[in-house]
Design a protein. Structure first.
Length: 265
C-alpha cells in the first residue's frame, strides 16, 4: 500500500477543500498532546532560487528549540534534504529527523535508519550530470541515496529533465521511484516515503500516544498527510489552493512560522 503512495501524482489526488482561514487561524492554539511533523523547504522556509541558497533565521531556530521542549521532543523535521544537511541547517535542534522524503530517519534515541548508496546509483548520477551539461541553469543535487534535478532557473528544460529522469529510473528498475515536486524531479529508493516515516516515528516515545500534526507544501507531503489523517491526526498544506489530502490549509511559510511562534511565546 505504501509503495504505491511513494509515487503519488497530482492528478491522483481527490480535489479536496481543506479549511483555510486567515493567517494560521484554524491550527491548534497549544502544542499539548501534539506530535508535530514539519516539512522544511516551502513550509518552514521560503523556497530559494537554488536548493543551496536557503537560510534558516536564528529566530526560527530558537522557536523550534522551544517547540521541541513544549512537545516533550515529539517534533520531527520531515524533508527531501538528507540528514547531514538537515543537521547543518538546524544545528543542535533536539528533535527527530526524516531525510530524503523518509528514506533516512534519525529516531529520538539517536539511532538511525538509512539506505546505503549503490554502484547503480553512482552510474545514474553520472548519467544525469552528463545530460545536465546540455541544460544551462538546471541544478543537479546529489543527496547520497537520492538525487534531484532542479529546473526552477531553467523552466524551458522541464520536459527534457522529466524525460531523462524517467529513463534513468527505468534503468534502476523497481528499486527506485521518480518523485516530482515544485520545479524538481527526483529519484530515490522505493518503499519509503514521508508517510512511512511519520508512522515509524509514531510507534515509540515521545511520539506514541500523541496526535500527529503534519505540515507540508508539496506532492511528497501528501503521503505524510494521508498517514496523519489515518491516525486521527491533523494535516496542513502550505500554499496556493490545489488538490490535496490535507484537511487544513495556510497560505505561506510565514504563516507557519507565526503559528510556531504563537505556540512558544
Ligand atoms: Mg517542501
Amino acid at each position: 500500500m505504501f509503495d504505491a503512495m511513494t509515487d503519488i501524482q497530482e492528478t491522483e489526488l481527490v480535489p479536496g477543500a481543506p479549511v483555510r482561514l486567515p493567517g494560521y487561524a484554524g491550527l491548534p492554539s497549544a502544542p499539548d498532546g501534539l506530535a508535530i511533523f514539519l516539512d522544511v523547504d516551502g513550509t518552514l522556509l521560503d523556497i530559494a532560487p537554488r536548493p543551496d541558497a536557503i537560510v534558516v533565521p536564528d529566530r526560527l531556530l530558537e522557536d523550534l528549540r522551544l517547540l521541541a521542549a513544549r512537545t516533550g521532543g515529539a517534533l520531527a523535521l520531515v524533508s527531501g534534504r538528507n540528514l547531514a544537511l538537515l543537521k547543518r541547517l538546524f544545528p543542535d535542534l533536539p528533535c527527530s529527523l526524516a531525510g530524503l522524503h523518509g528514506v533516512e530517519i534519525e529516531f529520538p534515541d539517536g539511532t538511525s535508519f538509512a539506505i546505503p548508496r549503490s554502484d547503480e546509483l553512482d552510474a545514474a548520477v553520472r548519467d544525469l550530470v552528463l545530460a545536465a551539461a546540455q541544460w544551462p541553469g538546471v541544478v543537479v543535487e546529489d543527496k547520497g541515496a537520492a538525487f534531484a534535478a532542479h529546473y526552477r532557473l531553467a523552466p524551458d528544460f522541464a520536459s527534457a529533465v522529466e524525460a531523462r529522469m524517467v529513463k534513468i529510473a527505468e534503468k534502476l528498475g523497481d528499486k527506485a521511484i521518480v518523485q516530482r515536486g515544485k520545479s524538481v524531479v527526483e529519484i530515490r529508493p522505493s518503499g519509503h516515503d514521508k508517510g512511512t516515516a511519520l508512522k515509524a516515528l509514531m510507534t515509540s516515545p515521545p511520539f506514541a500516544g500523541r496526535q500527529p500534526l503534519a505540515i507540508g507544501d508539496d506532492l511528497t507531503d501528501e503521503a505524510m498527510f494521508e498517514a496523519a489523517n489515518g491516525l486521527d491526526g491533523l494535516s496542513v498544506r502550505v500554499g496556493e489552493p490545489r488538490a490535496t489530502l490535507a484537511r487544513l490549509a495556510v497560505s505561506t511559510p510565514a504563516d507557519v512560522r507565526s503559528w510556531i511562534r504563537s505556540l512558544v511565546r
